[in-house]
Design a protein around this ligand. Structure first.
Ligand code: GLA
Length: 391
């Protein structure tokens, strides 16, 4: 998979025209969970799983989208774009098209072939990769260049307003703006960021619990509501606190009794997670790996106990990694309730670590996990000119 040349041939065979090809990566979040919509900090890295989008113009007023993952094609009229989601995979690319149209771009007729290898429903942002790849392909056809941060906002809007999933900015931002061999400390308030190099001696081992995760699911939404409830209680006393980004642990001591017990716990996670995330970026930049590992362990504990967004399988995966040689830090990554753990592992131990973790997990849980040794990759880009330079 993830083969632009194969996608090019497929697109040519189906639509009879040479496409331009774009790629947008999935992501793993090293630390900073459910902090993005509270205008806080996150530290994700783009990974070497991606969605490819091949696009070519049409002259019949249609938008035809083919997904190789679903082996399905869908057709729309440029003149009557859908007004809402249909619960279908095409909601993600069409959400982007509709959002671009709403932003004032004239949408042309086109054929789009999509093919991704970001594992679906595993908390590695396959949706964001799909949105960003589509956005890049369509804007390129239209002839406009939207800077990465604005492209990410547009894709987030597509997901919030068209698809109906209330996600924050993290996934689309890192897919559009990732940097090879780096994690990115993002301030979700103003989208300013700092790159933190991931040394070649550190491997990103991503372990899929095989428990499905979905941002559109009720748990993500109810956690977000509790976070917002806590911010509203604090704002009654300190009106300058619009988001938990501005709140402190002291606020919880003073006003926590006015919150529901759940809102108090969720807020404690978000407030302490923001502090940990900034500290983790410092630790990574200073190459203080023991400190980074300690912060990741604390983050997992907080995500599991206070935010209650883990599950038995993810807690087990983290637990089973603890005494394996080479581990720097392990935690559940992404929106929660399943998906993957991220393990920072000393590179020379990565292969053995992955094998041992898979064996232990299979034995304990009875499910064979998928374990990937990944690399931090660059953000979304055009790929076709690099396939065969002399074509
Ligand atoms: C999902 C959302 C993100 C973020 C994470 C949790 O991935 O899409 O915006 O909220 O969950 O950190």
């Amino acid at each position: 998979m993830h083969d632009p040349e194969a996608l090019r041939s497929m697109h040519c065979a189906r639509f009879g025209t040479e496409p331009q090809i774009f790629a947008a990566p999935g992501r793993v979040n090293l630390i900073g969970e459910h902090t993005d919509y509270a205008e806080g900090f996150v530290m994700p890295a783009a990974i070497d799983f991606a969605t490819l989008a091949a696009i070519s113009p049409r002259s019949d007023g249609k938008i035809v989208i083919y997904s190789e993952n679903y082996a399905k094609e869908r057709e729309f009229d440029v003149g009557s774009l859908p007004t809402g989601a249909s619960g279908h995979w095409s909601d993600y690319p069409m959400g982007v098209v509709v959002t671009l149209a709403k932003a004032g771009h004239a949408i042309p007729a086109f054929s789009l072939s999509l093919w991704g290898d970001v594992p679906l429903g595993s908390g590695l942002s396959s949706s964001a990769a799909l949105e960003v790849a589509t956005a890049l392909a369509v804007t390129s056809l239209v002839g406009v260049t939207i800077p990465g941060p604005a492209l990410a906002r547009l894709c987030q809007r597509a997901e919030n307003e068209f698809v109906g999933a209330n996600c924050g900015i993290m996934d689309q931002f890192i897919s559009a703006n990732g940097a090879k061999d780096h994690a990115l400390l993002l301030d979700c308030r103003d989208l300013s960021f700092r790159l933190a190099p991931i040394p070649a001696s550190v491997a990103l081992v991503i372990a899929n619990t095989m428990v499905k995760h979905a941002v559109s699911g009720g748990e993500y939404t109810s956690r977000r509501a509790e976070v917002e409830e806590a911010a509203a209680v604090i704002a009654r006393h300190r009106p300058e606190v619009r988001f938990l980004r501005d709140a402190t642990v002291e606020d919880l001591e003073l006003y926590g009794a006015e919150m529901s017990p759940n809102a108090l716990k969720r807020a404690r996670h978000v407030i302490t997670e923001n502090i940990r995330t900034v500290a983790a970026a410092d630790a990574l930049i200073c190459h203080d790996l023991p400190e980074l590992g300690r912060l990741m362990a604390e983050a997992h504990e907080s995500y599991s106990k206070d935010f209650e967004a883990s599950c038995v399988e993810a807690d087990t995966m983290v637990e089973l990694a603890q005494d394996l040689p080479g581990l720097i830090g392990a935690r559940l990554t992404g929106g929660g309730f399943g998906g993957c753990t991220v393990n920072l592992v000393k590179a020379e131990y990565a292969q053995k670590f992955a094998e041992a973790l898979a064996e232990r997990y299979t034995k304990k849980v009875g499910i064979m996990p998928q374990i990937h040794i990944c690399h931090a990759s660059g953000g979304a880009h055009r790929v076709d000119e690099r396939i065969q330079p002399d074509r």
